[in-house]
Design a protein. Structure first.
Length: 432
């Protein structure tokens, strides 16, 4: 009887623990976070913020993934954030989990897919041996940490890997929802996020949807490699047009706007500081001073260094900077001549560029015609050191001495007269 009582008590206690655990799960909050668009620095910062907030509140996290991929560096940062999370992190692939999206997905504990979702096609660009080997290693390490099939994940990035009955050599592995479930890569399929939460055991949990804020989406848009390159090209082109246009006009303003958008994306994403823009502005000012000062000196060197440093430190990393900078230079070199021809045909160039020779026969003159005063004598009205003024033939003229210093009041004679240039010599008493 005592033994039976002890067993009964143990069962009751065990049921109490289980019931208590289920009650705790029922009171749990689940954060559903949107992971869509290009994988870049803005997305990395957004997911890090989601995980931080979830850890503070003790909430589980479900990532709603739909992405064609993006930057490897940022995908690796997201992987580290997910693997180090102190709360459960699962994912629902509602659309696509391609390229860098594969790494984000396999960095989650459990994967649920929509019926029409796909995962795979994670080949790198460039696809050299070093980059590919590094990327496959990153994918396999994440999959191994979460207990996912490393072979399947590696075959999604390296088409040299063949898996019997699944994929052949020279084919990148991409799986639909049912195939991923059959092969054990995913934990099932679901029609919507409600069905996902039920399968993950969060049926009674309070759901908090954390979508990307407007500023986060703006940062994601501006920091994409394509958009950043286009902004930089536009800024360079507008600056080039402004340089060849008299005064400061609309193209100068547009150049400032495009450069501002370029730097602004980095600020919103959180990897650029105010001093990067200050460096760039300093460089522009130095170049402006150099243009105004004859020759090429310290201002020009400081300007080039300031502009280069500002652009470099405003980029997420060196490779991103080189891609964007090269795009700007090449794009500017190609577009500026094309725009010049377009503006020329439209007649806009004629407003700022002189095409005619302005010959004398057409009525153009560079100076007023005047009678030659060679041989005429007069008096220096100022000291000639060697330039000054003299009274000659009843007129006050600006003159220059023939090399010698001539004191005010001295008698002089004109020895050379060309338009705008009168040369005189002092007349000695013995010459009179």
């Amino acid at each position: 009887m005592k033994r039976l009582l002890m067993v009964a008590v143990a069962i009751i206690v065990g049921l109490g623990v289980v019931t208590g655990g289920q009650a705790l799960a029922a009171d749990q909050t689940v954060v559903v976070a949107e992971v869509s668009g290009e994988v870049n620095a803005a997305m990395s910062a957004y997911i890090e913020d989601v995980i931080d907030n979830a850890e503070k509140s003790g909430s589980a996290v479900v990532l709603n993934i739909d992405t064609f991929g993006g930057q490897i560096l940022e995908a690796d940062n997201i992987k580290k954030t997910l693997l180090n999370a102190e709360v459960p992190v699962d994912c629902y692939i509602s659309g696509n989990a391609l390229s860098a999206g594969v790494l984000i997905s396999v960095s989650c504990e459990r994967i649920i897919m929509a019926d029409s979702a796909v995962i795979g096609a994670a080949e790198t660009i460039p696809n050299d041996e070093k980059t590919l080997s590094t990327w496959v290693g990153i994918l396999k390490s994440a999959a191994e940490a979460r207990g996912h099939d490393t072979g399947l994940v590696a075959a999604m990035a390296d088409k040299r890997i063949a898996i019997e009955g699944v994929t052949n050599t020279d084919e990148l592995l991409t799986l639909g929802a049912q195939d991923a479930a059959d092969l054990g890569l995913s934990d099932g399929t679901a029609e919507n996020i409600g069905d996902v939460l039920r399968q993950l055991g969060y049926s009674n949990a309070a759901v908090s949807e954390q979508s990307m804020s407007f500023s986060a989406k703006a940062a994601q848009f501006r920091t994409s490699t394509t958009i950043a390159s286009l902004l930089f090209i536009a800024a360079i082109v507008c600056m080039g047009i402004e340089i060849f246009t008299p005064g400061f006009g609309i193209f100068g303003g547009l150049s400032i706007v495009f450069f501002g958008l370029y730097f602004g994306g980095g600020f919103l994403a959180g990897y650029a500081e105010w001093w990067t823009a200050a460096l760039f502005i300093f460089g522009i000012v130095m170049v402006g001073i150099e243009i105004a000062v004859p020759g090429f000196g310290v201002f020009g060197i400081l300007g080039i260094l300031g502009i280069g440093a500002g652009l470099l430190f405003a980029a997420r990393d060196l490779s991103s900077f080189l891609i964007i900078f090269a795009s700007g230079i090449v794009g500017g070199s190609v577009l500026l001549p094309i725009l010049y021809q377009i503006f020329k045909r439209m007649g806009l160039v004629r407003k700022v560029v002189l095409f005619g020779n302005m010959e004398t026969a057409q009525g153009y003159t560079s100076h007023e015609e005047s009678e030659s005063v060679v041989g005429k004598q007069g008096v220096a009205e100022t000291d000639l050191r060697p330039a000054g003024f003299a009274r000659i033939n009843g007129s006050r003229l600006e003159v220059v001495s023939n090399g010698a210093y001539i004191v005010k009041g001295s008698a002089i004679a004109v020895v050379e007269h060309t338009p705008g240039h009168v040369v005189v010599d002092e007349v000695k008493e013995e010459d009179m």
